[in-house]
Every structure is written in structure tokens, then in C-alpha cells.
Design a protein around this ligand. Structure first.
Ligand code: 5GP
Ligand code: MN
Length: 334
């Protein structure tokens, strides 16, 4: 948590007069959108307006969250996004650890004069004016809750805040399953339910939202899932042609990589997807136990994340990327 002195300083910055923006990472997920909107609704309860800005658009299954549709998407509203960041007095940076994770916003953030407040659970955060970084906590949404507590404002948590924070904790823990899900996480979840978050409605809004294109793509990758390196590593992939053929929509492949990890004996799963427009491969890594995919992705695939969940990029062809991956994985673990 921020130190008491930092919290005092942050309190003096959070005023009606100051311009406040909230930024989160590229390809925003449930935790990114949930923490940003949760914080926005908390500030609103204090009578303070904040703008949420994301680098690019996010999936439909996150747009049910209160005020999700008021988010400024920089890829569509570049000038508006730039002006807000440039003129901001305070910039909250949620669920990312480095300006390089927020696309074009990174450059603007680096040059902005506003005080930068980081709340994030990724490894190796870069320098910000105020840093609350904790890689043990499963979701930035949980950290926003701790921040609200530390500000002495738990009583301000309302239904809007509760729904947003619940969503991010649920998605980043894979439905309260991943390793860092703790008793504290569940206590906070209990509080959020008491404040009005409805587990069945939130789950249904977020997860019972399959598109036909998603199911076709899922059937395709499951039908050819490959297990290599003595059954320890699962490999999944999709080509651009396949994405086009089945009418891929943003968010369709969310969670696909977890199917690899669900195979008995597999301790690492990797999902490779050609970008729809640009010549690179987006990679998702998941692992179990001590297999550290954050380090692996940093070392070989221009990425990072958490020990058991990370992402990366490759500029080789899909075939070469997968071959390189299998070799590197064997060198590291077998
Ligand atoms: P996903 O596989 O769901 O896209 O990402 C898993 C985790 O890794 C998330 O916490 C995400 O923020 C992080 N991540 C994904 N892609 C990248 C990347 O290219 N670079 C870094 N540093 N982190 C990433
Ligand atoms: Mn997160």
C-alpha cells in the first residue's frame, strides 16, 4: 500500500478542481476495465469526476459494466484522449507496469505533467510518482478495494463500484481458481456482494456470452491441440485466415489458452494467434506451479506478465514462432 505520507499527498491531489484521468493497458481485460471503472465510480462518490481512457477497444462482454460505454477509446478518439492526458493533474495507471503496455498512450503518459499514481500487480513495475505494486494480489480490482479502505472510504462502496471490482477479481482469478486467490480475496468478494454485486448476474453477463464465431474457433483449436515435451507443454494456434473465415470478433479467443493447461500433466500452455492486420503473432502463456512464464516471455518473446500468466509477441512466421517456442521450452524445462 502507499505509505501514510503518500496517502495524505494523494488526498490533497484528489479534488474537484483537479483534472483526473484513469489509464489502463492495451487490449483491456476484465481486471483492466473493472479496476478503472471501479475507481471512477469511487471518485464519483467523493464528488470527483475522472475520465477513463483505454488505448484500444474492449470486448462486448465487458460493456455491460456501469459507464463502460463512456470510456474514451484512444484508437477512435485520438485527439480527445491526448488532450485529457496532456492536461491532467493526476493520472491513475491501473493494471499495467510500464508505459510500453499502453500503446500510443505510453508516449503521451511519459511526457505528461500530471502526477502518476500506479496501482498494479505485474512484476517489475517502472517508475511512477506513487507506486502501489504487489504481485501477490490476484487482481488490480482487489488493490483498488484496498486503496479505498486505506483512504478510509469503505463505506462509500456502492453497487456500481462493487459490480466493477467483483468482475475484475472474478476474471483475473479465473473464477476464484488461480494460485493467488486468498482468504482476503474472498472476504472482499463477500463485502462486494453485500454492497450489491450479484454473482450470478455478473457471471452470466461476462461469461455466458459466447458468439458462434468463438465456438467455431474453439472447436478448431481443440481439434488439433498438440502436447509436446513429454506431455508437459500444450500448443494451440490460430491463423489469420481462420480468424477471417469464422468471423472473429474482439474477445473471441479469451481463455482459449487455459484449455491447454487443463490437460493432465501439462505445466505450460501457449496459444499463438496471427494478428488480423499486422505482421506479428500474439502469444498467451499460462503455467502451473514454479514454471515462470513471465521470465520466459521476457527472455524470448518480447513480453511479460505474471509468473503463471503472461503474454508476448513474435515477428517471425507462425510456424517459426511455434518451432522456436518448442525449442526454448525444452531448453528451459526439460
Ligand atoms: P493474456 O495472455 O491474457 O493476454 O495476458 C496474460 C497476462 O500477461 C496479463 O496480465 C497481461 O497484462 C500480460 N501481458 C499480455 N501481453 C503482454 C505483453 O505483450 N507484454 C507484457 N509485458 N505483458 C503482457
Ligand atoms: Mn490484472
Amino acid at each position: 500500500m502507499f505509505t501514510p505520507a503518500e496517502l495524505l499527498e494523494i488526498k490533497t491531489l484528489l479534488t474537484r478542481e483537479n483534472k483526473i484521468v484513469i489509464l489502463t493497458h492495451y487490449n483491456p481485460d476484465g481486471d483492466a476495465v473493472g479496476s478503472s471503472l471501479g475507481l471512477k465510480h469511487y471518485l464519483k462518490e467523493k464528488g470527483i469526476h475522472a475520465e477513463v481512457i483505454v488505448p484500444n477497444d474492449f470486448p462486448k462482454f465487458l460493456k455491460w459494466m456501469p459507464e463502460a460505454k463512456k470510456t474514451i477509446v484512444a484508437e477512435y478518439k485520438r485527439k480527445v484522449a491526448f488532450d485529457f492526458i496532456n492536461e491532467a493533474d493526476v493520472i491513475f495507471c491501473l493494471d499495467f507496469n510500464s508505459p510500453s503496455r499502453i500503446g500510443i498512450l505510453g508516449e503521451w503518459l511519459s511526457k505528461a505533467k500530471g502526477k502518476k499514481i500506479l496501482i498494479d500487480h505485474h512484476q517489475q513495475p517502472e517508475l511512477f510518482d506513487f507506486v502501489y505494486s504487489d504481485t501477490i494480489i490476484p487482481a488490480t480490482c482487489q488493490m483498488v478495494y484496498h486503496f479505498i479502505e486505506a483512504m478510509g472510504d469503505e463505506k462509500l462502496v456502492n453497487k456500481d463500484i462493487a459490480e466493477c471490482l467483483y468482475t475484475g477479481i472474478m476474471t483475473d482469478t479465473g473464477g476464484f481458481r488461480f494460485r493467488s486467490t486468498s482468504a482476503t480475496t474472498h472476504r472482499i468478494i463477500a463485502n462486494l456482494i453485500e454492497k450489491g454485486a450479484d454473482p450470478s448476474i455478473i457471471t452470466s453477463n461476462t461469461w455466458d456470452t459466447n458468439t458462434v464465431s468463438r465456438l467455431y474457433l474453439l472447436a478448431l483449436i481443440l481439434g488439433r491441440i498438440e502436447v509436446v515435451n513429454d506431455g508437459k507443454v500444450a500448443v494451440l494456434y490460430l491463423t489469420r485466415e481462420e480468424l477471417k473465415k469464422y468471423g472473429f470478433q474482439k474477445g473471441d479467443t479469451e481463455g482459449f489458452v487455459n484449455y491447454g493447461l487443463s490437460i493432465v500433466g501439462v505445466s505450460m500452455s501457449a496459444f499463438f494467434m496471427e494478428d488480423l492486420y499486422d505482421d506479428f503473432i500474439k502469444i498467451s502463456f499460462r503455467s502451473k506451479g514454479d514454471v515462470d512464464v513471465n521470465q520466459f516471455s521476457r527472455k524470448f518473446f518480447n513480453g511479460g506478465g505474471h509468473i503463471n500468466a503472461a503474454g508476448g509477441k513474435s515477428y517471425e512466421s507462425l510456424k517459426d514462432t511455434i518451432e522456436t517456442f518448442k525449442t526454448r521450452a525444452r531448453e528451459e524445462w526439460l
